[in-house]
Design a protein around this ligand. Structure first.
Ligand code: ZN
Length: 664
């Protein structure tokens, strides 16, 4: 599971961060095109790592980059051909490099790199080049670039492969998705029948289909092509294994060594029992400083949700920041006892989930350039139950979002006055980190269900209500002296920045992501509006209000303690609904507060936002690592640099990590 920063507008869209003392001339903003912005992140603390840790990061980062082509091919069977043809034309451009088509070619190529293919990374819709097919063919001829003509309709015809992964009701999800998880002509029914037939119903099931493509053979039968060194994507996985073997030599702990060994074996054999062993070993590896994800992981891109998209992220623990999440997890039972919920719905003891805070060192595959800010793995439920899971927050990426957003005008446009802007600059990021930690490490784990009530009692509203519950839990305790006592907030003023942001976002600013005339669909967005609208409607003493100034609306908070009381009241009711499985009450709350949008306010907010010209989606360039060696060839240090640009980086990756043939 992954947690994403929802658009460029998170909490942090405003703020400064706690690492101000480290601010230097680091440039966070790299490039901007279409609806995308490219940022750079800082690998804070890398220099202070031991040589062994640096070396390990270096090897794992090479293992990460070697898998790059796999995701392109998973995202669409023409993607590698298209990317390479574009890159060849770009590098051998036959005309003046300042002509209009050159600029359009560059923009399209930049977009293809961002999406690891020709479909928008978020909307999944195919995007079309702005240059014409006639021009493209002529330019390829003039540049003497050989190419496969089959790519032309795929690139230019809007009706061919229009959607990467479709979720549309009533259509064949497999046939109507451009993703390459299923070979040509395989239908949804055939794929489902195959999975059904090969299902593992044991107590410790293998994740059948995680690492394979289903294709039709010449007899029309479904066959599995397994991703492994001597199977599909073998030439890339072989390189991944090479670098994992290097990493093995400098592993920090026996647990980490075992996990890497299992990952190597899994890449070689494709055996899913080995994958389970890997997951268990990886979960048990909690004492290493350096950690990683490498392989077929999240299954959102497969229309049937089974096969994993290739991804990698290498990281190391941020020891200082992890104390923050540890403190919250350690006090989970205290929070439970002091929450405003009814005693019969409380757990006697809550086991807090200790999320570690990490510093990302390299992003690859499905984590690059667009990336999650939190990850919770492994995905197999039985492993999570028996062995636990690792949940991480990636602070250095959050900080990069935050820093890059400074000066984009958002705070000045939407926050009511300079005092609140200043408070937000001081504490907004801190509050957001803490709120997320309270939500993840204590909120979700709190409360209990009454006997006979099941988790799915709230049906289609279950996830909205669950997110509401965890968010309210976080909001309620954000204003608790306990946080100051634990040293997590400096004083009883700081939380106000978090409260202001929650209300402003829930009532107004998150609406910029909803098209005019549409309702709110996504569970987290619903939960945020549910909380803000409910509070707004119940603010009988004008604890909060919307005021109008020069035709623009602003949130005004008059009574923070009163606001906290309202959050507490709603939390109490949401916990009751959850514990009792009160479907009708859940439905009523969601329908009244979470779904519908005030059309006039919506329009106003969108117009104000549009004028700021902020790209809604962000992604990153990676730093570059280089090894330094002594005369005997021993590594003496690993240096990190931050000078590589977006285009440079992708061209270099395409040159140095192009491990798959055009057609796989
Ligand atoms: Zn949540």
């Amino acid at each position: 599971m992954k947690r994403y920063l929802l658009s460029g507008l998170c909490a942090l869209a405003l703020l400064s961060c706690q690492k101000q003392e480290e601010q230097n001339d680091f440039k966070y903003n790299v490039d901007k095109f279409y609806d995308l912005e490219i940022l750079r992140y800082q690998v804070t603390g890398f220099e202070q790592l031991s040589l062994q840790e640096k070396e390990l990061i270096y090897y794992l980062s090479e293992a990460a980059l070697q898998g790059r082509d796999i995701l392109y091919d998973q995202n669409g069977r023409y993607n590698l051909r298209i990317r390479r043809t574009l890159e060849k034309l770009y590098l051998n451009y036959p005309y003046e490099k300042n002509d209009e088509n050159y600029i359009l070619l560059e923009k399209y190529l930049k977009r293809v790199w961002f999406s690891n293919g020709i479909h928008h990374h978020y909307s999944e819709d195919k995007f079309l080049p702005e240059f014409s097919m006639q021009w493209f063919k002529q330019a390829l001829a003039d540049a003497e670039v050989e190419y496969d003509e089959a790519i032309l309709p795929v690139m230019f015809d809007p009706t061919v492969m229009p959607k990467r992964t479709t979720a549309e009701n009533g259509v064949d999800l497999v046939l109507n998705s451009a993703g390459n998880y299923y070979g040509e002509g395989v239908t949804q029914a055939e794929a489902e029948a195959w999975y059904e037939k090969h299902k593992d119903s044991s107590a410790q099931p293998k994740w059948i289909g995680l690492n394979s493509q289903l294709v039709k053979n010449e007899n029309g039968e479904i066959e599995e092509r397994v991703y492994k060194v001597d199977g599909l994507y073998g030439s890339a996985l072989e390189k991944v294994v090479y670098w994992l073997e290097k990493a093995l030599e400098v592993a920090e702990t026996p647990e980490q060594k075992l996990a890497i060994e299992k990952m190597i074996e899994f890449n070689k054999t494709g055996d899913l029992e080995t994958f389970n062993q890997y997951c268990i070993a990886w979960v048990k590896d909690i004492n290493s400083r350096v950690d990683y994800i490498n392989g077929f992981t999240e299954t959102y891109s497969d229309p049937l949700g089974i096969t994993g998209a290739w991804e990698s992220m290498v990281n190391f623990k941020d020891i200082e920041a992890t104390k923050r999440t540890q403190a919250i997890a350690d006090n989970a039972s205290w929070f439970e006892q002091h929450s405003p919920t009814d005693p019969q719905y409380k757990k006697d003891e809550v086991k807090g989930v200790s999320a570690k805070v990490i510093t990302a060192a390299i992003l690859a595959g499905d984590c690059y350039p667009a990336t999650p800010i939190g990850i919770n793995l492994p995905n197999a439920n039985w492993i999570r139950k028996e062995y636990g899971s690792k949940s991480v927050s990636i602070d250095n990426l959050m900080i990069a979002y935050d820093e890059a957003a400074k000066g984009n005008g958002f705070a000045e446009e939407f926050i009511i006055d300079e005092d609140m802007i200043a408070l937000t600059e001081l504490y907004g990021a801190k509050c957001d980190f803490l709120h997320t930690d309270l939500h993840e490490c204590a909120g979700h784990g709190s409360g209990k269900l009454m006997p006979g009530v099941t988790k799915d009692a709230l049906k289609e509203h279950a996830s909205t209500i669950e997110e509401t519950r965890a968010d309210l839990f976080g909001l309620y305790f954000l204003a608790d002296e306990k946080l100051v006592e634990l040293g997590l907030l400096p004083d009883m003023e700081a939380y106000k920045a978090g409260y202001y942001h929650q209300m402003m976002n829930g009532l107004m600013t998150q609406l910029v992501r909803i098209e005019e005339g549409k309702d709110i669909e996504e569970a987290h967005m619903r939960n945020r509006q549910l909380i803000a609208r409910w509070v707004y409607d119940h603010a009988a003493q004008k604890e909060v209000e919307l005021i109008e100034r020069d035709g623009k609306h602003y949130l005004k908070i008059n009574d923070y303690e009163g606001l906290r009381k309202l959050y507490g009241e709603l939390l109490k009711e949401i916990q009751r609904i959850t514990s009792e499985g009160d479907y009708l009450a859940a439905k009523n709350l969601v329908e009244t507060y979470a779904v519908k949008v005030d059309p006039a306010l919506h329009k106003e907010v969108r117009e104000r936002y549009a004028k700021l010209n902020i790209a809604p989606y962000k992604g990153f360039v990676n730093p570059v690592y280089s090894v330094q060696k002594d005369g005997l060839g021993h590594i003496t240090d690993v240096k990190v640099s931050y000078t590589e640009g977006y285009i440079q980086q992708h061209l270099r990756y395409s040159r140095d990590y192009s491990n798959l043939p055009d057609v796989n």
